[in-house]
Write a protein that binds this ligand. Sequence first.
Ligand SMILES: [Zn+2]
Length: 579
Amino acid sequence: MDFKDQVKSQVDIVGVVGEYVRLKKAGPQSYKGICPFHSEKTPSFHVHATRQFYHCFSCGAGGDVFKFLMNIEGIGFFEALKSLAERCGIPMPKRSLVADEDSRLRAVLFQMQELAAANFRDNLRGAAGVEARAYLEKRGLRPETIEQFALGYAERSGRALLRLFEQQGFDRSQVEASGLVRKREDGTLYDYFRNRLIFPIHGESGKLVGFAGRALAAEDNPKYLNSPETKLYQKSHVLYNLHRAKEGIRKEDRTILVEGYMDAIGVTAAGIQPVVAVCGTSLTSQQVQMLKRHSQRIVLNFDPDAAGANAAGRYINLLLDESMQVRIMELDADLDPDEYCKDRGAAAYRERLEKAKGYFYWVADRARAGQDPNDPGARVVVLRQLVPLVQRIPDKLERMQAAEDLAGYIGVERGVVLDQFRKAVATRQEAVLERPKIALRADERLLLCAVFDSPAMAADVVRELKAVESIGRFSSRRIFQAIFGMAEAGAEVRFEEVHARLEEADQNLLAEAVLAGDGESSREDVLAAIASIRRSEEQHHRSELKVRIRELERNGNWPEALRLTGELQAIERAARNRE
Ligand SMILES: [Zn+2]
């Protein structure tokens, strides 16, 4: 067993995938969830626990745990191997340190982020951090919260990290690629973050990828500065605090989305979970897809000002397009989420959270705000504005219920307007991405699964099926041919090796067969399936003979027709004797 196989045999693919996708049990050995590799509303992404593979029936994405990690994290094989090895506590063999260039650079960049983070943390504790500490104290952050979020301080000189990286022997191209320095016009370098409170930013897997820095001096612009885009940090693909919150999101089946770093920290510190924030950017569809894998339910809790409301308004469509269930949580008295928790307490915040309105009530309120409440015409206007929003609800019954509720909420009486509203929301076009399904016979599927149960079972199936001519008509013929090929070469028939030899369409078929199977098959089941295939082969042979006999008779070829009739009778006699 090579190192890769050793890691693969110890790592649990369901656990690894489960950190990125909310999985539900779908069969004795299989789980399903929303596919992380394409945009979808109903789950078609499956993971098989014992065969250790994943497969999406809609977009066809599939493979083993390495491929999953490489694709979801956008990393190379070496990094995926290293990360999974660390996960199972298997030390990497030395020779594996010779990775490809890209993986090596990424490893160096990670190391530089960690060094910077340690430097920032030390600064915050030391003499230089006095102002930053005063700010945190003013914002009411407890020492354990500062510790938990690993906050730091970037000192003023603009040379601290440069010096540190030099001492550690990083070369200039590495330093420039780290996103932690800037270049002056004369080509000299200086630290990117200066005199700023530092928030470390992690990727979904918990690796440190970059930083945000809040200005401490009023004259420093911008107020928040994020690491530039690097090999590690793409701001549209990162959500602040997601690596800490994701388990809670799956457990609570809900995300609270806030606007700022301090909000995420303040709400979390108040004991309310799970909170994430967008990082110095507008919410992107990639970020929504990251959240959707963990839960489709989201509560937006933005600042109670016009800017916050506008952001929420903008994000609703984006979220609905990814079929998220959106609620809006509003706070009063001009307090942002962090201030609200401190001022009113966690219980009050929680109460607001539980009372958060479905997005269309919130939109209705906003639309109504500018209208005369006594003008029936104004209500119609509001209702019309709501049609497209309600139409986005995928489920028809839910949609109709929402239409009724909203009409009642706005105060529209039964009648023409309501009928029109109902009619408008009843119709909804939806493009459904479905791959054509190829049906497998039940016996065919059973044998396909049994092959992977044990070498003895594989030998039985291969021996019996090779003698069956009709296998050439099976939908799974190419899969069986691959299996026969491996058996002939004396190799053990293993799922992933068979999978690897197939074209995509057949990989899908094989995944489908294995996912639809329910656990191990007994020897009796296998023998019965082989017998059933034999019987249908015989039946096929008989009907072929009958067709040919009729043809020969039509052409007057009596001797040949007579010979085949004899053959047919012999087959039928044999079948009767068996019964
Ligand atoms: Zn997919």
